[in-house]
Design a protein around this ligand. Structure first.
Ligand SMILES: Nc1ncnc2c1ncn2[C@@H]1O[C@H](COP(=O)(O)OP(=O)(O)OP(=O)(O)O)[C@@H](O)[C@H]1O
Length: 276
């Protein structure tokens, strides 16, 4: 849906040929260092920012034409402090065309999944940070958009908020929504069974299923000898390496640890440094 996006802010090249496709029902975990361009991409797809070059289509339409089909939870909290949680959901639901019974049902369903039921009549400005995050996500989701753009939806969130967010994302993807989920918390992407896109310096430098991307990375085998000396070997063949190390051990082996490559290793290998 995004092809060759380019965006400059003065001398800063925020996007430099950024391309990413997301299929219906797919959750894409968008990773990348601070300043890699993730938020700029989200802003362009949600028609908040115009690209200098490249193209975005959402179900064959431009971001302007498809606005009602997109649900966006921005990185920074953007709620009306004096409006209640219910008023937020009613407002965003009505803006998207929901009325009466359909609106009520959508709000009831979403407030249960996002654990907002007991908070519906509280003003947004008086909520905790995690409660605000959940309200913001609910506002993005209430009209059941076909494309969800969630920009660090769990930043600073406690366990309850994090779990609620993961539950609702899985539910919506299960119903066919395409989801772009930016995060710095890699275990969330494993739980979401997300495919991965890694951004670096304004473009996507790795894209695919998690297993595929990890296949070529080395894991690590550690063997402890006599409770003291530890030998650590980085290897693509952990079983063979372990057998070799055990065969060559000249003292009792007191500990063995085999670590398969993780998303953290992938992230470090591809997007190691902060942008200047
Ligand atoms: N409105 C703006 N004006 C000037 N520069 C901007 C603006 N928005 C983004 N940038 C710059 O564009 C680059 C990409 O920023 P962006 O926010 O898209 O990165 P990000 O990957 O979302 O980072 P983070 O993980 O920190 O949220 C950065 O260098 C940033 O400073």
């Amino acid at each position: 849906m995004a092809t060759d996006l380019v965006k400059r802010y003065g001398t800063i090249q925020a996007l430099d040929g950024f391309s990413l496709n997301v299929a219906p029902g797919e959750i894409v975990g968008l990773l990348g260092h601070n300043g890699a361009g993730k938020t700029t991409f989200v802003e362009i797809v949600s028609h908040l920012v115009r690209p200098d070059g490249g193209q975005v289509t959402i179900d064959g339409r431009s971001p302007a034409a498809a606005r009602g089909e997109v649900g966006v939870a921005p990185q920074h909290i953007a709620l009306y402090p004096s409006a209640t949680v219910r008023e937020h959901l009613e407002l965003y639901g009505r803006l998207a065309g929901l009325r009466r019974a359909a609106l009520r049902a959508a709000i009831e369903d979403l407030s249960a999944v996002l654990r907002l039921t007991g908070l519906m009549d509280r003003r947004a400005g008086k909520l905790s940070g995690g409660q605000q995050r959940r309200t913001q996500a609910a506002s993005a989701l209430v009209h059941r958009p076909g494309l969800l753009l969630l920009d660090e939806p769990t930043a600073g969130a406690d366990l309850e908020t994090r779990q609620a967010m993961l539950d609702v994302v899985k539910q919506r993807a299960g119903e066919g929504a395409a989801v772009v989920y930016t995060t710095h918390y890699l275990p969330e992407l494993t739980e979401l069974q997300a495919t991965i896109a890694v951004a670096r310096e304004g473009r996507i430098i790795a894209r695919g299923a998690c297993d595929e991307l990890l296949r070529d990375l080395p894991g690590e085998v550690r063997v402890t000898l006599d409770g003291q000396e530890e030998i650590a070997v980085s290897t693509r063949e952990p079983a063979a390496t372990l057998i070799d190390l055990l065969g060559r051990a000249d003292r009792p082996v007191t500990g063995v640890d085999v670590r398969n490559p993780s998303l953290d290793d992938l992230y470090r290998s591809l997007a190691v440094h902060d942008a200047p």
